[in-house]
Design a protein around this ligand. Structure first.
Ligand code: HEC
Length: 139
């Protein structure tokens, strides 16, 4: 599936996490966020920019997280133990790099995905938005 285009999804709320026990990635509406370009960035562009864009990213990321990550990593980023607690990722650029490698590639073990890859499902804007939300959650 191609990266989600802006605008089409307005009004389609994130489906509740874990409702069916499946792992179907949900589109994230990134309307209102600046396009960050085609090449993969190493550091969260919304944090670097700050201000309104960072605020918007946190808002978008909250929905994106709830729809795609909460079923494993816990509601509001408080892990129930199924998967790591993402509030404890490193801050700044170092944490950004690790975050992006995992969200893009997922994690597989013995031939099965324990975490699905989100590359080609979520666009880069949605990924950084989710990172923005996660990094504002208190430990
Ligand atoms: C089906 C369950 C599942 C879903 C859905 C899922 N993850 Fe994961 N995730 C895991 C598991 C299991 C691991 C641990 C893999 C490992 O051992 O490194 C993990 C690891 C991670 C890590 C590395 C954490 C660390 O401490 O090293 C990041 C970052 C991450 N996930 C982000 C996300 C994000 C963001 C989403 C939503 C877009 C997401 N995951 C969705 C199961 C999931």
């Amino acid at each position: 599936m191609a990266a989600v285009s802006v605008g089409l999804l307005v009004g389609v709320g994130p489906r509740s996490a874990g409702a069916h026990g499946d792992v179907i990635p949900q589109p994230v509406d990134t309307a209102g966020l600046n396009n960050v370009g085609a090449s993969w960035l190493k550091e969260n562009p919304y944090r670097l920019k700050g201000g309104e864009q960072y605020k918007k990213a946190i808002e978008v990321g909250e929905h994106g997280y709830a729809a795609n990550c909460a079923r494993c990593h816990g509601l509001q980023v408080i892990s129930g133990g199924i998967a790591p607690d993402l509030r404890y990722l490193d801050d700044g650029a170092e944490g950004d790099e690790w975050f992006m490698s995992r969200i893009r590639g997922g994690f597989s073990q013995n031939g099965t995905y324990k975490m699905p890859p989100f590359e080609n499902v979520l666009n880069q804007e949605a990924m950084w938005a989710i990172r923005s939300y996660i990094e504002t959650r208190e430990k």
